[in-house]
Design a protein around this ligand. Structure first.
Ligand code: ZN
Length: 204
């Protein structure tokens, strides 16, 4: 049973208000625990302001907090939103949310409903940490699309490689792995592949 203790989260430049159970927010996110329990102004108001975050992406985060299973993104626009939620998952210290997003993005690749464009790869690499496993999934999938099918690097990827050395390294390693015999497809079975588990445990 949830307590009636609520918090208001104001998202985006127009301050869209989300009225949420504080208990759930704090259980899922170290960021909100600190923001709502810390000894500063936000505690009295039980409010947090997130002017730089995207409202549609925050709505997905709220669905997840309240226990909904996130669907696989069905097109490129939805994929962009999911990548933004992943970035929120780093900012708000929400490992479970990050893993849920990774599962959804993986399902999106498996359904072939969308794949990360060079622009989306650039966004992901510019806005996540070096420990981000979703980066690896996205870089390997980009390599999978090309390996064995072409001798030519598309111009858009060439540009991305010049701009983004971390992507270049992950992309090159993926190609090496494929040439060493690693399967060039994503597995539906390996549940925790590309997950992050700081406590060393797995989901199953
Ligand atoms: Zn896991």
């Amino acid at each position: 049973m949830l307590t009636e203790d609520m918090a208001n989260i104001y998202v985006g430049p127009k301050r869209k208000k989300f009225h949420l159970h504080k208990e759930l927010l704090c259980a899922r996110s170290g960021y909100f625990t600190r923001s709502l329990a810390g000894d500063f102004k936000e505690r009295e108001e039980k409010a947090v302001y997130l002017p730089d975050d995207d409202v549609a992406s925050f709505e997905l985060l709220v669905l997840w907090i309240y226990g909904s299973k996130l669907k696989a993104p069905g097109n490129s626009e939805e994929l962009s939103r999911y990548l933004a939620v992943y970035v929120m998952g780093e900012k708000f210290f929400m490992e479970g949310l990050r893993n849920a997003i990774t599962d959804s993005v993986k399902a999106c690749y498996l359904n072939a409903s969308a794949k990360a464009s060079p622009e989306q790869l650039e966004y992901l690499y510019n806005n996540t940490s070096a420990t981000c496993q979703l980066r690896l999934l996205a870089a390997r999938t980009a390599a999978m699309d090309l390996y064995g099918r072409t001798k030519h690097l598309p111009d858009s990827l060439r540009e991305l490689i010049k701009k983004c050395p971390d992507f270049a390294a992950d992309f090159a390693e993926a190609l090496l792995r494929f040439s060493a015999g690693e399967p060039r497809y994503l597995s539906r079975e390996k549940d925790c592949e590309y997950h992050e588990h700081q406590d060393g445990k797995s989901c199953v």
